[in-house]
Write a protein that binds this ligand. Sequence first.
Ligand code: IMP
Ligand code: MG
Length: 177
Amino acid sequence: MTACSNKISQVYIPEDKIKQKVAELGKIISKDYENKDLLLVGILKGSVVFLSDLMREISIPVSIDFMTVSSYKNSSFSSGSVDILSDLSTDISGKDVLIVEDIIDSGITLSRLVPMLEKRNPASIKLCTLLDKPDRRKIDINVDYVGFEIENKFIVGYGLDYAEKFRNLNYIGIYNL
Ligand code: IMP
Ligand code: MG
C-alpha cells in the first residue's frame, strides 16, 4: 500500500483484482478490434493510470490520445455540449475510437461528448470504463466495456482523486467525505 490517509477507511478494490480485470479487458478489446484502427481516447486526468495499464494488455496495434473536458455537474447549466478544455491532437475520422474513462457516474459528461466526437466521422465509437456507478445515472448511456460495477460510494486511487489527491494509490479505496 502506498500513500494513505485516515480518511481512507477501507481498501475497496485491491491492486491484484484491478490488475486481473484490466488484463481481462485488454484481452477482450484485442479480440474485438482485430484488424481495426484502434485509438484509445483517455479522458484526463482520471483515466491516465487505467489507460496506461490497459494499453499494455492490448496485443494489437493501438494509438492513444487524450482530451480534457469540463462537466457542469454542480451547476444548473444543463443543456448543450461539454466544454473541451484540451482537444485531441489527432484526426479521428475513419478510426475506431474507444473512449477510456475512470468512472461513469451521472453519465452526463459522456452523453454529451460522444455526439460531439461522432461529428468528426470516426469509423466507430465505443466506451470503456474501469468503474461504473449505475445507481447514480442521470442520463442513460450504453457502456461497452465495464471493469467493475460499484455501489454509490466516493472512491479514490488508481487515477481517481479527491481534490486532486490520491490518484497515485495503486488500489481503490473508499474516501470518507
Ligand atoms: P459523470 O459520469 O459525468 O457524472 O462524470 C464522471 C466523473 O466524475 C469521473 O470521470 C470522475 O472524474 C468523477 N467521479 C465520479 N465519481 C467519483 C468518485 O467516486 N471518486 C472520484 N471521482 C469521481
Ligand atoms: Mg474523470
